[in-house]
Design a protein around this ligand. Sequence first.
Ligand SMILES: [Ca+2]
Ligand SMILES: [Ca+2]
Length: 414
Amino acid sequence: MIRLAMLSTALFAMACSAPPDTAGKDTGSPAITGNAQAAPITDLPDDSPLEPEIKNIPAATGRANLPLTQPPFAVAKIGEFDEPFAMAFLPGDQGLLVTEKGGALKLRRTDGGVVTINGVPKVVAGGQGGLLDVAIAPDYAASHHIYLSYAEPGPGGSALALARATLDIAGKRLADLSVIWRSGSSGPGGQFGSVITFSPDGQNLFLTSGERQRFTPAQDPKQALGKILRLTLDGKAAPGNPMYDKGGIEATTWTSGHRNPYGLVFAPDGKLWEDEMGPRGGDELNLILPGKNYGWPIVSNGDNYSGQPIPDHPSRPDFEAPKLWWNPSVSPAGMIYYSGDMFPALKGSLLIGTMSTPGLAHVTLAGDKAHPADFWDFQARLRDIAQAPDGSIWLLEDGEKGSGGRLLRLTPKG
Ligand SMILES: [Ca+2]
Ligand SMILES: [Ca+2]
């Protein structure tokens, strides 16, 4: 334990040696390149930062990198936002909700007009934090509930929070806002994950919680960082969770050992797929199974940005290995399972927006297997993706580094 504590301290120091919010490659900024070139930590063992007795067994299968190709879509710009983070379609013809990291919630009506929705909670904007995901409640038709995840002000910085509110479209405001879950472990910077999705039966809410670039909390069952949570629609621990009887954060935990999960979707067969940004060369597509540990920061098919090696997943088969992984990194973000009729060739597959290599990854599925099919060049960091009611595919650019934060609509070419 002493060794673990010492190494944890060293890892934390590494995390803090880079500018807050830009540690790691996730932002894809020039500053990251500088960080990647930092001198290797030489007083840590080569094989594992956390468990030096582990010998590296290289990952041999599942590498998903493909050359970028021209996208087979007609692409239309249909809006522009300021550092948008997420979008969600309201039912029928009520339009699209879009979050901006700075703290604004916008409603884009179907006629293209954009209105600001008031009553959004106060957020800590900056770096990877701010107003983050937005999701429409499964019972929205009756409740008009929406959910927001965001960086809430807290000691030393911020913490991930989940709020539920009633959307009053006519009044352009949120009513009855209540914060129904808080991660704790408040502090500076890092990545929040923050993606919300619902179980197919509409009874449970799944939320990803990033490890804030603090490494070891992903393996600490007493911290909500580096976890995927399964909650009731009221934000409580969901009965049936693997550690439900333990209470506290453990009762809310579905899976652990995640770094920075930015995509989470159910396929119609009930399988839950997640993408996460790993360290350098360690991005992952995971099949999420209850109670499993996904290994971060003990194993990764990538290595730390300091140059410090991390054993690959096969070195510790007790951890759940990714179905696919990207090395070099592409920085996977928003993900959908496409079920529309507009693109028959994409039906039943995953589409993942990517950032450090800006593109759209097409992944086909067969049971619990995933296969990289295409990687289309979009030349701008894609933060989120959604399937519109008509089956068109909508993309939301990240809007950082001058990419403009455009909202794009994809339809068949020609
Ligand atoms: Ca992993
Ligand atoms: Ca590795």
